[in-house]
Design a protein around this ligand. Sequence first.
Ligand SMILES: [Zn+2]
Length: 272
Amino acid sequence: MPELPEVEITKQGIEPFLVGQSIKKFIVRNRKLRWPIPEKLESTLAGLKVKSIDRRAKYIIIDCGAGWLLIHLGMSGSLRVLNSPNDSATKHDHYDILLANDTIIRYRDPRKFGALLWTRQNPTIHRLIKNLGPEPLDQDFDGNVLYQNLRTKSSSIKLQIMNNQVVTGVGNIYANESLFHAGIRPTRRANSISREKLHILVTAIKKTLTKAIQSGGSSLRDFYLTDGSTGYFQHEYKVYGRDGEKCHICDTPIKTVTLGQRSSFYCPTCQK
Ligand SMILES: [Zn+2]
């Protein structure tokens, strides 16, 4: 599943091709994504000029002047930049944004859990955006903010940092890795963790996400680089997916526990 780093990389990847360009044509092959692609979006978008592109949590927000496109990649979505309008689409390529210079931004999504929405309201007040918690990479997000957000939360710290109202965009892989770097066991009650420890956790979250963005995101079967080549290189994870393997720090076998139907990996010695 594309996590925050993949969405950020996608945003950065398409940005130079989109911003300042006019949309010549919007082509839909399949409207049935998580929510149907709005009727008449073809005529709405034709002729509009892209002003800017942003990311909020895992939403890519494209400012088209007359309104905003909200894109979510769902479980298996990807956006690619194609330079030839003759490039033939497959059955998983659900829409194309054809630009005035004949560049195509093509959306592929085998599992169809992604979304493409159109809003004329400022996206910060959109129903999918307005209740989201802080961005993990924002300067304002620190241990104090996390401490305040967790004070009344007695469920596990792992589930809390994956909760979009506590902090956005920290998915399963990065939650596991950040908790390892902070030395916190995923099952710890969120409101039992000291402010000092939460400062360390926030630093670990920022570092883990930043590193992933810098190295091009994690390797995902269904994810394609914006230039069309397949796959990001696989990260060296410290705990994620390493059940039974030795901890890189202390050699203790990594353990697994299920929290909220997701696997959590931790070192029973390094994480308390
Ligand atoms: Zn260890």
